[in-house]
Design a protein around this ligand. Structure first.
Ligand SMILES: [Zn+2]
Length: 421
C-alpha cells in the first residue's frame, strides 16, 4: 500500500509509532497496524463462585522506553515523569494490581479493589529492566511485560537497546508477568504489507495472502507463546496486538492458541463485562501527559463516590450494644467511642439506625463518646447502626448490628461490651 510504504520509514525516523512500537534503535518494528485478538477461552469451569465486586473498574497503562532525553515522544517517557505517575496512582487511591488478578476477577474467581490500574511495558527494552522496574519495585507494584520475541536481544530485531533473556528471567523470578506481543511486531491482518526478516538477509516487504499468510500468522501468534513458555518455563495467556490492529480471524487464531485475553491500545475503563478479546490499554507518551490524567479520571477520583469511604471495624469503637449482641429492650441506649479514629470533625458525625434513619445523637468531645437513647420502640428483631464521620478530610464509617429480643430470659442482659464479632 502506498500509504503504508510512505508512512513506514517515517515512523522509524520519528518514533511516532502509535502504540506498541518498536523504536528505531532496537530495530524497526513493522507496519503500523493492529492485530491480535484475545485469546481466550479456557473452558469455563463452573464452581461455586465467591462474591466479587462487579462494579470495580480497571485501567491498563502501557509504556515503552524510559529515557531522560526524549527523542521519540510517541514511545518514550522521562523516568521522573513515570515515577510521578506511579505516585499519582497511589495518591488517588488507585490500586495497582497484577494482570492475573484482573483475569481472575473477570472469571469471577476473586475480587479486586474498586479502582485499579495495571501497568504494562511493551516490546522489551532494556530501560524497562534498568530504569523503570526499580521504580515499580520501590512502589511494590506488580508489572506485566508484553514481549515480541524477535525483539529480544539476539533476535532478528533485538539490537543493543533490547532487553535480554537473562533480564527477562530475573524479572520472572521476581514476579513480573511476561506475556506475548507477536514475533516481529507487525500488522497481523491478511493483505497488509509486512516485512519479512531472515537472519543475515535483507528484509523484504511483502503482502501475504492465503496459506502463506496463515503460516506467517501462526508464526506471529502461536510461536511466540510457545517460545516464551518454553524458554522461561512460564504460562502465557495474554496477547497484546501490535498497534491494536486486528480482526476476527486473528482473534480466532489467538483464541485457539490458548490466549485468554487480547489487548489493544484504545484506552478505556475496563469493567467486569468488558470483552476479553479487546481490552483497551492507554499508551502513555511523553508528549501527551493528558492521556494519563484522563485515564485516571475514567475510573473516578478519591474525592467522590462510595469508594472513598474507609470502613472502620466497630470493635475499635467499643460499641454498645456490641456487634452481634442481643439486647432485651426495644429502647436501647446506643453508644460508640470514636476517640480511636483520630481527629474527628464533630459537625460531620452522623448516626443512622435501621428503622429510624438519622438520629439526633450527642457527642461528648471530652470522652469521644457518641450516644443516642432510642425513644421509639424498634420493631425489628435486629438493628443496624451506621456511624460516619470525617477525619482529616476522609469519610470513615462503622457498621454494626445487634439483636432485640424483649422476651429473652435474663441470661442475655444487654450490652456485653467485650464481645467481639
Ligand atoms: Zn509494541
Amino acid at each position: 500500500m502506498l500509504i503504508r510504504s510512505a508512512v513506514f520509514p517515517l515512523l522509524l525516523a520519528s518514533g511516532l509509532v502509535l502504540c506498541n512500537s518498536a523504536p528505531a534503535a532496537k530495530a524497526p518494528a513493522a507496519s503500523p497496524s493492529a492485530t491480535a485478538s484475545p485469546a481466550a477461552a479456557s473452558p469455563a469451569l463452573k464452581t461455586t463462585k465467591p462474591v466479587v465486586d462487579q462494579t470495580a473498574q480497571t485501567i491498563i497503562l502501557c509504556y515503552h522506553r524510559f529515557v531522560d532525553k526524549i527523542r521519540y515522544p510517541g514511545t518514550e517517557i522521562r523516568p521522573a515523569d513515570f515515577e510521578a505517575q506511579m505516585k499519582a496512582l497511589k495518591d488517588h487511591g488507585i490500586t495497582v494490581i497484577g494482570m492475573q488478578d484482573f483475569l481472575a476477577w473477570k472469571r469471577g474467581e476473586k475480587s479486586i479493589p474498586p479502582r485499579c490500574a495495571i501497568i504494562s511495558f511493551d516490546d522489551g527494552w532494556k530501560s524497562q529492566y534498568e530504569v523503570a522496574w526499580p521504580i515499580m519495585k520501590k512502589y511494590g507494584y506488580p508489572l506485566t511485560l508484553f514481549i515480541y520475541t524477535e525483539g529480544v536481544r539476539g533476535g532478528l530485531l533485538g539490537g543493543g537497546e533490547a532487553i535480554t533473556w537473562e533480564q527477562l528471567a530475573d524479572m520472572r523470578d521476581n514476579g513480573v508477568d511476561i506475556e506475548a506481543h507477536t514475533a516481529t511486531h507487525q500488522d497481523l491482518r491478511e493483505g497488509h504489507s509486512i516485512m519479512e526478516f531472515a537472519a543475515g538477509a535483507k528484509k523484504t516487504k511483502k503482502k501475504l495472502t492465503g496459506p502463506e499468510y496463515e503460516q506467517w500468522l501462526q508464526n506471529e501468534v502461536v510461536a511466540p507463546k510457545q517460545l516464551l513458555e518454553q524458554r522461561l518455563a512460564i504460562k502465557v495467556n495474554c496477547f497484546a496486538v501490535p498497534f491494536g490492529n486486528y480482526n476476527d480471524h486473528v482473534k480466532e487464531v489467538a483464541r485457539n492458541a490458548g490466549y485468554e485475553a487480547m489487548f489493544t491500545v484504545y484506552g478505556q475503563a475496563l469493567t467486569y463485562n468488558s470483552p476479553l478479546d479487546s481490552l483497551g490499554r492507554y499508551a502513555i507518551e511523553a508528549n501527551k501527559p493528558k492521556v494519563f490524567e484522563s485515564a485516571m479520571k475514567t475510573i473516578g477520583t478519591s474525592t467522590g463516590g462510595a469508594s472513598a469511604v474507609a470502613e472502620v471495624g466497630s470493635t475499635n469503637l467499643s460499641t454498645q450494644p456490641a456487634d452481634g449482641d442481643t439486647v432485651r429492650t426495644a429502647l436501647p441506649l446506643i453508644k460508640a467511642n470514636v476517640s480511636s479514629l483520630g481527629q474527628i470533625d464533630p459537625g460531620s458525625l452522623q448516626m443512622r439506625v435501621s428503622g429510624l434513619g438519622v438520629v439526633p445523637a450527642t457527642y461528648d468531645g471530652k470522652t469521644g463518646t457518641v450516644t443516642y437513647q432510642v425513644t421509639q420502640k424498634l420493631r425489628e428483631k435486629s438493628c443496624t447502626v451506621i456511624l460516619s464521620a470525617k477525619s482529616e478530610g476522609k469519610k470513615i464509617e462503622a457498621h454494626w448490628t445487634f439483636g432485640i429480643d424483649e422476651t429473652a430470659a435474663t441470661t442475655s442482659t444487654s450490652p456485653s461490651p467485650t464481645r467481639k464479632k
